[in-house]
Design a protein around this ligand. Structure first.
Ligand SMILES: CC(C)(COP(=O)(O)OP(=O)(O)OC[C@H]1O[C@@H](n2cnc3c(N)ncnc32)[C@H](O)[C@@H]1OP(=O)(O)O)[C@@H](O)C(=O)NCCC(=O)NCCS
Length: 224
């Protein structure tokens, strides 16, 4: 699988200083042999079976990292059922046609101040990490958020979640440690005609891709 280039900084209002020294654990790169470039697109209600299968495939540790709590199969399935219809937006990354990573943008709080903030959650399946999927999803979600007038992206993870902390601080976000959790905020740049145009094109493409992957209806049976 090829790693896409492109700076995330483009979306963010201003770089901030790192506040936490991070460890540097050894990590294994995802093997690229035989894998197509990932396709990112918005997930719709029609993707519910793939989203359900994705969350059910996740191991307990990944689920705990994503939801910051232990999540059994029943809870994972129930969340997946609602994920694409809850407020916000869900983007999926498909590798060789299979959903392997999910990024979620959820409105944060309520009222005028709350409406300008959104929370982001990322989940990349094991075996598909360190290939840029998390960063690509964050880039797509950041663009969608800025185009909707959101001024700040919030990210939360467990404080021992080195991968997420690194990803986020690598973008210049500041992380605050609080009672076993890390919380970060990324200020977003204002929308531009280019960012709106780019999202418009991507949305049109997303729709076509989603329709193309719908199962074909059964053939009409000729009346006797
Ligand atoms: C956190 C997570 C989304 C990262 O996804 P990913 O696709 O592996 O991330 P990327 O490949 O885009 O990595 C971007 C950068 O983040 C950092 N990073 C990612 N994983 C890391 C790890 N295991 N250790 C150290 N740094 C890591 C690196 O700086 C990396 O850049 P590099 O590969 O050029 O060094 C993924 O590990 C995951 O799904 N974890 C379980 C769910 C979770 O914790 N979600 C966060 C809470 S919502």
């Amino acid at each position: 699988m090829k790693r896409r280039s492109g700076s995330l900084q483009e979306f963010f209002a201003s770089p901030m200083s790192l506040s936490i020294p991070l460890p540097d654990p050894p990590v294994r790169r995802v093997a690229s042999a035989g894998r197509d470039s990932p396709r990112l697109r918005r997930l719709w209600l029609s993707d519910r079976p793939a989203v359900r299968a994705f969350f059910l495939r996740l191991d307990p540790e990944t689920r705990a990292s994503r939801f910051m709590a232990a999540v059994n199969d029943r809870m994972a399935a129930s969340y997946a059922e609602r994920a694409t219809v809850m407020s916000g937006m869900v983007i999926g990354a498909f590798v060789d046609g299979e959903l392997r990573a999910v990024g979620e943008l959820r409105p944060f709080g309520s009222g005028q101040a709350g409406g300008r903030r959104a929370e982001v959650a990322l989940t990349v399946e094991r075996g598909f990490r360190r290939a840029g999927l998390g960063s690509m999803l964050l880039r797509r979600l950041a663009e969608a958020a800025r185009n909707r007038g959101i001024a700040e992206l919030r990210l939360r993870c467990l404080s021992h979640n080195v991968a997420m902390r690194r990803l986020v601080t690598g973008l210049g976000a500041e992380l605050r440690l609080d009672d076993g959790e890390s919380e970060g905020a990324i200020p977003l740049a204002r929308a531009t005609p280019l960012s709106l145009w780019r999202e418009g094109i991507e949305t049109a493409l997303d729709f076509h891709l989603a329709v193309a992957t719908l199962p074909l209806p059964p053939p009409l049976v000729r009346a006797a």
